[in-house]
Structure formats: C-alpha cells, structure tokens
Design a protein around this ligand. Sequence first.
Ligand SMILES: C[S@@+](CC[C@H](N)C(=O)[O-])C[C@H]1O[C@@H](n2cnc3c(N)ncnc32)[C@H](O)[C@@H]1O
Length: 252
Amino acid sequence: MGGLDRGDDDWEQFARRDPYWAVLTDERFRTAKLSAARRAEFFAAGEKHMAAVFAWCEEMRPAPWSPRRALDFGCGVGRLLPALARRCAAVVGADVSEAMLAEAATNRRRMAMSNVELVRSDDELRDIQGGFDLIHSVIVFQHIAPVRGEAIFARLCGLLAEDGVAVLHFTTGSRRGVMASQLSDLRDRVRPVNAVANLLAGRAPGNPPMRMYEYSAPRLEQLAADCGCDVVARRDFAVPGHNGILLCVARN
Ligand SMILES: C[S@@+](CC[C@H](N)C(=O)[O-])C[C@H]1O[C@@H](n2cnc3c(N)ncnc32)[C@H](O)[C@@H]1O
C-alpha cells in the first residue's frame, strides 16, 4: 500500500513526539533540548522568513501593502503566527494535526496573540472561511501527495479576497542521488524497511518516515489559471535534498 493514507497519522505522531523538530528537522529543536533560548531562535526564524515574504509582496503590490486577514496553511506549532499576528488584524492558522494545533494554542497563550484563530484543516478546507488578503504556506505541500495537494492548492486560490495574494511553497525536484531516493521511497512504502533504517540510525523503530513529494510548476500554473488566478511571481526556494519554488498567486 502506498503511503498516501498514512500521512496525516504520521504528522500526529511527529507532533506528539517532537513537534518543533518535526517542523524544522534540526537537532537543536528536539523536545529534550528545547530551552527558552532555543524556542526564541525557532520563532526568530519565522520572523525572518515572514519579513522576507512581506518585502517580496511589497515589491509587487501597490504601497502601502497591509493585508488585514491572513491564513497560514499547515501552521504547525505556529512558528510563523507571531510574525503574521504583528502585521495583520486577523490571522488563521490551519493544520491537519490536532497535536500541532494544541502546541500552537500553547504558544498563542504564551505570546498573548489575541488575533489568532486555530483551525483543524481537512482537504476540503471546510472550516476555513475565505476572504483572505494573504494566504501563506511553507514547507507543507512537500509533505502532501500531489493528488491531494493540487486540489488543496485550487481550494486555497478560491479563498483569496479580490485583491489578495497567496505565497505558497512547493518542492519541484529531488537533489538526492538515485540510491538515496530509492531508499527513501522504500521506507515510505514498506514499514519494516523503515524500522530497520531507524534502528541503524539509533532511533525508535516505529518512527514514521517523513515523506517528501514533488510538484510540477507548469501544472500548478495551469491549476491557478483554471481558478481565475495568475502566478504573478516565483522564486527559488530549495530545502535540503530538494529544489523548490515559492509561488505568488493573485486573482486575475
Ligand atoms: C514541516 S511542518 C511546517 C510548519 C509551518 N509551516 C512552519 O514552517 O513552521 C509541516 C506542517 O504541515 C502540516 N500538514 C501536513 N499535511 C497537511 C495537510 N494535508 N493539511 C494541513 N496541514 C498539513 C503538518 O501537520 C505540519 O504541522
């Protein structure tokens, strides 16, 4: 059986065991090592990313660009929510994982973010009300199989306000060698192989693999056009082992 149906459960497991590590897969952010200083570093990375996103959008939108309502799709523990909450009147963080959302709620309380709403997301985006001036998502679609992710992408386009923009990240190709790609594929599909790989790496055998998927940029552009939107700008945005792009999408 392919990994498609297990992806959401895997995220729940990641979120219960090691949510900050699962977001940035950086050893500094393992739960056991998470001091106040490390937590501050984690959110500083979110601020840095969001400042760059806003600077990019401001190059394209008439100044002053000040989105009122923003959505962070696949918000995780809320790394980007403080940065959005400072810049927008109302922010929605959506995620498929209850445990991620619970940690995001703790962070919301810690940082007194009264303008942030947290929503459990499904593929239909049923509980997310549209009319967003900014829709953002980074290092999320890479973990969603394209057959699901493309449909979600189209639905997100439909949630944009008239003058809204969506800044969305997709991985587009692997930088790993053939052997590494094949092993990763095997770990995704055959759990005993994953268990052995975990044991060899000194991890618990039941740790799920973190799945990675690749999208076709021309296909995303076509999907945007089918939804009455245009890809108005794109930037390279690679992640370890994969090439990627950040697309800026607006209604046409
Ligand atoms: C690597 S984390 C990134 C979190 C956040 N975007 C950040 O940059 O800090 C990926 C997040 O995507 C969420 N996710 C995975 N599949 C999803 C889906 N189908 N719908 C919504 N969220 C999803 C996971 O639960 C996880 O919180």
